[in-house]
Design a protein around this ligand. Sequence first.
Ligand code: ZN
Length: 78
Amino acid sequence: MTMQYARCNWMLSLALDENGDPCRYMATGDTTDGVVATMSSHIESVHSVDPADLQNNIRAVTKTTKTKNLNNRPPTEH
Ligand SMILES: [Zn+2]
């Protein structure tokens, strides 16, 4: 089982939160499409940025991680 995730400031390097700090929002999902959908709603509502232009950017920065409950197993080679 894996999880997909992406951070807001990987696409919007100048995005700031309400305190003027770099936005640390992280979108997660079971699939890349889920991350893209979650991140799209975030950047539109919080940063007033049209997510239509950023779909490919979000996919490009989305990473995959193992879920935490697998941490006690030895890592598998890929
Ligand atoms: Zn953000």
